[in-house]
Design a binder for this molecule. Structure first.
Ligand code: EPZ
Length: 430
């Protein structure tokens, strides 16, 4: 995979449209396993993680047909049973954990490879397992796969999560959707994509209420029929563009958003001196004056999203004064700070807290993406920095953002994707 070469120091201006939400699309596509009929799913982002999940369904025996760039038709009526041992694919995403709940909900048992995804520290699935066991399952992990069986069949349950978990909430919802009776999930997460999955399943005939609150009730139905559904816009992609124009200065309009999903981000950025104007399903974002310091603590939705930690840290590096970022979700979210220091950031990390002392400007440097959102943050830092930044390990970025370089360049960025060292050298010195 090549690298991005960025000539920084230019403001962003223009309009950009956000794609469908990666984390919603991956969960909804996997949920199609539960449907014995044809699902047509629209607003799918064009990212490699989606390709991986569609390939998993195909290997399981589903028919998958791309109707256009962002719409896919899936029919899982003829799935070949509860095995999905595809290490080469499931290790590529975290969302492949949803195979557990979807296959269990469809077949009453599941034998699936364990997932992979961004290295953000330990990502246990003990709460997922707690949910499956409450539904009557026996769970065993061996040979890199999880084996979920229910010798007496699945039964409804009331599950109270000890720890807020997006994946656990979705997985128990999927497992319970066809269990006769009512399953109640308490201390559930409320992220927009959890609501999106519930809305998709209900559009296919499920009976789920309370998604978006901390109590979700799933009344089992006999089967799910086909239907049509469209994925919500990606609020993290929108937030990434908001952070970019806040870092470089300028004015952009971001289309295809749901303002409610961005409130936690917009409020914080306005505190930092960014002007945001709601335009119904678009927003105008402008930064002309200096950035002001702030403090952020990442929390489950509707708190400030952990997936905006690294992008917001770039603004803290450029703000007047000292800002504090507290990460309450992932152990190793701050690995990107070393890369920002290479660009002149003044930052200290102590466990789950990072302190950023604002500097006049960042300077371009060769840096390395260590996860999806860290990669996005390095693009933002490169756009704002004086000089040239080269970003390697861009596969992280390419797997989770749809056409990000073209979208940024449509706003006046100077990003070039280069495949080899010699070309990168020439561009860096251009
Ligand atoms: C989802 O990850 C997202 N991934 C992440 O987005 C996002 O950062 C995260 O939710 C939080 O919003 C997808 O949707 C594919 P969790 P997930 O289960 O489901 C601990 C991105 O960049 N935990 O809410 O894995 C866990 O260790 C990615 O798009 C347990 O202890 O998140 C973590 O510290 C990165 N036991 C915390 O909870 C469990 O059983 C949050 O995990 C489950 C989780």
């Amino acid at each position: 995979m090549g690298k991005y070469v960025i000539h920084g120091g230019h403001e962003l201006h223009g309009e950009v449209s956000v794609s469908g939400f990666k984390n919603a699309a991956l969960a909804v596509i996997t949920s199609a396993i539960l449907v014995e009929g044809t699902c047509v799913i629209g607003n799918i982002p064009k990212i490699s993680d989606v390709t991986v999940h569609l390939e998993i369904l195909k290997r399981m025996g589903a028919s998958v047909r791309l109707i256009d760039d962002t719409t896919v038709e899936i029919n899982c009526s003829k799935l070949r049973g509860p095995r999905a041992i595809f290490d080469d694919l499931t290790r590529k995403t975290r969302a492949s954990t949803y195979l557990m709940g979807a296959v269990l909900g469809r077949f009453g048992s599941a034998h699936v490879s364990l997932s992979g995804g961004c290295d953000l520290g330990s990502r246990p699935i003990d709460q997922h397992i707690k949910g499956f066991e409450a539904l009557g399952c026996n769970v065993e992990i061996k040979n890199g796969a999880i084996h979920i069986t229910a010798q007496d069949g699945l039964h409804p349950a009331r599950i109270y999560f000890d720890q807020r978990t997006v994946g656990g909430t979705i997985n128990v919802m999927l497992a319970a959707v066809r269990i006769p009776g009512q399953t109640v999930i308490e201390n559930a997460n409320k992220e927009p994509h959890i609501v999106d999955v519930a809305n998709f399943l209900n559009a296919m005939g499920a009976n789920i209420t309370g998604a978006g609150t901390d109590v979700i009730k799933v009344r089992g139905v006999r089967r799910l029929h086909g239907g049509i559904y469209s994925i919500i816009p990606d609020q993290i992609e929108a937030g990434t563009f908001m952070a970019a124009v806040a870092a470089t200065g300028g004015e952009i309009v971001i289309h295809n958003i749901i303002p409610k999903h961005l409130e936690c981000i917009s409020t914080k950025f306005e505190e930092m001196g960014v002007e945001i104007v709601d335009l119904d399903d678009s927003i105008l974002v402008r930064r002309t004056g200096p950035l002001r310091r702030t403090n952020v603590k990442t929390m489950p939705y509707p708190g400030f999203p952990t997936d905006m930690n690294s992008q917001t840290a770039v603004l803290m590096c450029l703000a007047q004064g000292t800002s504090i970022m507290t990460e309450s979700i992932f152990q190793d979210r701050f690995r990107y700070v070393d890369e920002l220091r290479r660009m002149g950031a003044h930052a200290q990390v102590d466990g789950q807290i990072a302190v950023f002392e604002g500097v006049e400007n960042l300077t371009g440097a060769p840096v390395r993406a260590c996860d999806l959102r860290a990669g996005a943050a390095l693009i933002i830092a490169g756009l704002a920095a004086q000089g040239v930044t080269e970003i390697s390990c861009i596969e992280y970025i390419e797997r989770g953002y749809d056409n990000l370089v073209a979208k940024f360049n449509g706003l006046g960025a100077g990003i070039t994707l280069v495949e080899d060292e010699a070309e990168a050298e020439i561009l860096a010195n251009a």
